[in-house]
Ligand binder design. Structure first.
Ligand SMILES: [Zn+2]
Length: 313
């Protein structure tokens, strides 16, 4: 595992990462190996203006590479985006393989149909898209302003895909015997999802003056998840709704998403001890981890909801 050392010169402090310096098995001297694998990381005041986002993260930056190869190379040493890349890359790969292999993982009932698999896979697909697009963004954001902007758009698109697929999959099982509700709320979800995807991707809506409307639309999208729950409560009663969509897991899921977004918004903890969480433990990493925890809560609720439907049929 590469290690980070502080090299303090007379005029500036430069963080240098030296990787694999003990790998001298092939006959290279330590100095030769060092020369091959020295990756320079930069401080806040050494990076271009467009790369500056969080002033409480002072060091550990990969400076504009203008090279996809250079960005990929950054996967192999530790910098301040490593946690953000891997916290979504690894679970993203997990969700992909569970999507492929879930036929061996879920309880099969005599009433289980291809649509059940498709609905569960839909959620796996959404989680995979969100996590992979996010890790790609964090891996390639040091390329250039153009690539970082495109990556940021795709990162938002991934979030929209995850919300849409999460809601549709759980509503399918929750409203299993009520297709009218399922189609109505699915259409509403698609409508909101389409609107949020448009304001995330179109440059016109990404301008500063559109920011409050954009944020408002995302909040409305999130809150729209309450509508099918209210409809279910009205139609089936509170207790039955709790069982049907495994509401305890969905509430927990919502809590982790909102708490993660809150920490990210207030930039906790790095705001209070700038420079102490540059590589590990800053708010964006915590947010990423809580997104994964929330996705697992959804998965748990979704699978229970599926089992309840079929055990009753
Ligand atoms: Zn992120």
């Amino acid at each position: 595992m590469p290690k980070t050392i502080q090299k303090r010169g007379n005029t500036s402090t430069t963080t240098v990462v030296e990787g694999i310096i003990n790998n001298t098995d092939n006959g290279d001297s330590i100095e030769q190996v060092k020369r091959k694998v020295v990756y320079k990381l930069y401080r806040w005041d050494e990076i271009p203006e467009w790369q500056k986002d969080n002033e409480h993260i002072i060091s550990g930056y990969v400076r504009e590479t203008n090279s996809f190869k250079g960005c990929l190379h950054s996967l192999f040493y530790v910098h301040n985006e490593s946690g953000n890349v891997y916290s979504h890359l690894l679970p993203g790969v997990f969700f992909f393989f569970t999507m492929v292999l879930n036929k061996y993982g879920i309880t099969i009932y005599s009433t289980t149909s291809i649509v059940d698999y498709l609905m569960i896979d839909l959620f796996f697909f959404g989680a995979f898209c969100c996590l992979i697009l996010s890790s790609l963004f964090h891996c390639f954001k040091s390329h250039s302003l153009k690539v970082a902007t495109l990556g940021n758009k795709l990162d938002y698109l991934g979030i929209v895909i995850l919300i849409v697929t999460s809601m549709i999959s759980i509503m399918y099982f929750g409203f299993f015997d009520n297709p009218l509700f399922f189609y109505f709320f699915s259409s509403l979800t698609f409508l909101f999802g389409g609107a949020c995807a448009t304001v995330s991707l179109k440059d016109h809506f990404r301008s500063r003056e559109w920011r409050p409307y954009r944020a408002g639309l995302f909040v409305a999208f999130g809150l729209s998840a309450i509508l099918p729950i209210l409809a279910g409560t009205f139609y089936y009663g509170i207790e039955e709704t709790f069982i049907r969509i495994q509401l305890k897991w969905i509430i927990l899921e919502g809590f982790f998403y909102i708490f993660g977004a809150f920490l990210y918004g207030v930039r906790f903890p790095e705001k209070y001890v700038p420079g102490s969480f540059d590589i590990w433990g800053h708010s964006h990493q915590i947010f990423h981890i809580l997104v994964v925890v929330a996705a697992f809560c959804h998965l748990r609720g979704l699978l229970s909801s599926y089992e309840i439907v079929h055990s009753r049929l």
